[in-house]
Ligand binder design. Structure first.
Ligand SMILES: [Fe+2]
Length: 225
């Protein structure tokens, strides 16, 4: 049984970037809908007793689509905060090294999200070789199957922004940048290192939705640069 985790902030905490009306639909209808559909699909199947990240890696079709959308939305909420934050020292150095500057990363991220055709997601990821890159994925797809570690993600399905921004996706992406939860991204980044992208320490924070993913990745073969 997969559960819908609580939002990590109050429903009006992201205003004016995201209205509580959008949260009402996005979290209570769309995100909850993926959780309910997934539970229906996995009932009495091999997936029923698996963790969410195992289902994502082992499934295809409707089960994968709903499981990945459950994770992607958990990660999207974790990527956002109404509280202003900045990248930590090591993460900032890595961004400067791999993109030139935070501003250059922002520009690339917004351009990639605006150019993505149809529905999907735009991510800042750490690749198995240690480098940070901007990735887009279509529909429910996510970087976990490619052994990439996401640091933050923006949902560019229309349901994420249409109430507040209508068809102005670039404006939504621009505003997203001001609400990134850099503390969460830094925490995730610090669980990796330059040579081995899987954290050496187990993740013990039960409130961190990414813990389960990290702990399972640690049981797989390590990938070195
Ligand atoms: Fe969404």
């Amino acid at each position: 049984m997969i559960e819908l985790p609580k939002l990590p902030f109050a429903e009006d905490a992201l205003e004016p970037f995201i209205s509580s009306e959008t949260i009402q639909y996005h979290y209570h209808k769309h995100h909850a809908g993926y959780v309910n559909k997934l539970n229906e699909l996995i009932k009495n199947t091999v997936y029923e007793k698996m963790s969410l990240s195992s289902i994502i890696r082992d499934s295809q079709g409707a089960v994968f689509n709903n499981a990945a959308q459950v994770f992607n939305h958990i990660f999207y909420w974790s990527s956002l905060s109404g509280k202003k934050s900045l990248p930590g020292k090591e993460l900032l150095e890595k961004i400067n090294n791999d993109f030139g500057s935070v501003e250059a990363l922002k520009e690339e991220f917004i351009k990639a999200g605006a150019a993505l055709f149809g529905s999907g997601w735009v991510w800042l990821v750490r690749e198995p070789n240690g480098h940070l890159t901007v990735k887009t994925t279509q529909n429910a797809d996510n970087p976990l199957k490619s052994h990439m570690i996401p640091l933050f993600v923006c949902d560019v399905w229309e349901h994420a922004y249409y109430i507040d921004y209508r068809n102005m996706r670039p404006k939504y992406l621009e505003e997203f940048w001001n609400y990134i939860n850099w503390e969460h991204a830094t925490k995730t980044f610090n669980k990796t290192d330059n040579n081995i992208f899987i954290a050496a320490e187990p993740c013990n924070d039960i409130h961190d939705p990414f813990c389960e993913v990290f702990d399972e990745l640690q049981h797989q073969d390590r990938v070195t640069s």
